[in-house]
Design a protein around this ligand. Structure first.
Ligand code: SF4
Ligand code: SF4
Length: 316
């Protein structure tokens, strides 16, 4: 929540119990969803709500390293009696002593010995748990390990698996790396290029224009100016015609201000009503509808931006 608003102000408002109802209701909703998701639903969130396993599954192929159980080494599982040889000692019984350590540590509650499953988040806790068990009973580590499907077939036939680096560096992974890096660089460029402020303009339609006592025509606009900078910023507001040229005789006034400068606090959005008045008899005042631009210039930043809008005249 502190990320989306002015954090020191919100913290002070919360401590003094003066926070806006929206802040309290957001905290209540986030607390409730965290309790439900983290306290009750737990791994069901990962299995049924998270899109990541689907994305991961779509990106995998037979050379992808994943967590797997060497069933040709571990089966037939069961308790080992003293002096009994297992497969790693040249015997026929499997190395898995069916201690359930790998299942007990699994945050997803699955048994990796049943084969690869969509629920697996490849956290590798089962690898560590099984390696500890293997160390205790004097068997080689790796009954559960990172493995690729292509290596599984080779190992099952008695061959040696390919080196891990050859699974990591291959055309498919390099293309993925290039694509994700491209997205990352693109986002970084957008972040660095983002405008330090935003401007929205809404013409006041009721009434569309007001005829002043001297015959001039006045239009009103509601502008919303968002300052994305971390410090208060003064913004100069001006108007031009659709070609970017000053409008002869037109006067722009900010309601409640003595000049055309609006100072917006850091990381805040400010609403402001402005009035644009065209002199009596001018083209702007006579025409029914004229395209104009409202400009905002960050005075400390030297950046300008404009929003197109319309000026309503008498239409004669
Ligand atoms: S890698 Fe993690 S999620 Fe997957 S089976 Fe092992 S402990 Fe469970
Ligand atoms: S931790 Fe290893 S030995 Fe124990 S049940 Fe799992 S695979 Fe078998």
């Amino acid at each position: 929540m502190f990320y989306f608003t002015d954090a020191p102000t919100l913290l002070r408002d919360l401590v003094t119990l003066n926070a806006h109802p929206v802040a309290w209701s957001t905290i209540a909703i986030m607390t409730a969803t965290t309790l439900v998701f983290g306290g009750f639903m737990r791994e069901q969130v990962c299995i049924y709500m998270c899109p990541w396993p689907r994305i991961q599954a779509a990106m995998m192929d037979e050379s992808t390293l994943t967590v797997a159980y060497r069933d040709w080494r571990g089966e037939e599982r069961g308790k080992i009696h003293k002096g009994e040889l297992t497969r790693s000692d040249g015997g026929t019984k499997g190395d898995c002593i069916d201690c359930m350590a790998c299942v007990n540590v699994c945050p997803m509650g699955i048994d990796i010995r049943d084969g690869q499953q969509l629920e697996c988040i490849t956290c590798a806790l089962c690898i560590d748990a099984c390696d500890e068990v293997m160390a205790r009973i004097g068997k080689p580590r790796g009954l559960i390990d990172y493995m690729a499907l292509s290596d599984e077939t080779v190992e099952r036939a008695g061959g040696r698996a390919r080196p891990i680096i050859s699974h990591i560096l291959r055309p498919r992974t390099l293309v993925y790396f290039a694509l994700w890096s491209g997205f990352g660089v693109g986002l970084l460029v957008l972040l660095l290029m983002r405008s330090p402020f935003d401007l929205n303009v809404t013409p006041v339609r009721n009434p569309q224009f007001v005829t002043m006592s001297d015959g001039s025509i006045r239009n009103a606009y509601e502008i919303r100016l968002r300052n994305k900078d971390g410090s208060d910023q003064p913004f100069a507001i001006t108007a031009t015609d659709g070609a970017g040229q000053p409008i002869p005789g037109a006067e722009l006034v900010l309601e409640g201000h003595s000049d055309n400068t609006l100072t917006v606090p850091a990381d805040a959005t400010q609403m402001q009503r402005i009035y644009l008045t065209a002199p009596a008899g001018s083209a702007l005042a006579q025409q029914g509808r004229t395209d104009i631009d409202l400009w905002v210039e960050g005075q400390g930043q030297g950046i300008r931006t404009s929003v197109g809008t319309v000026f309503h005249g008498k239409g004669m």
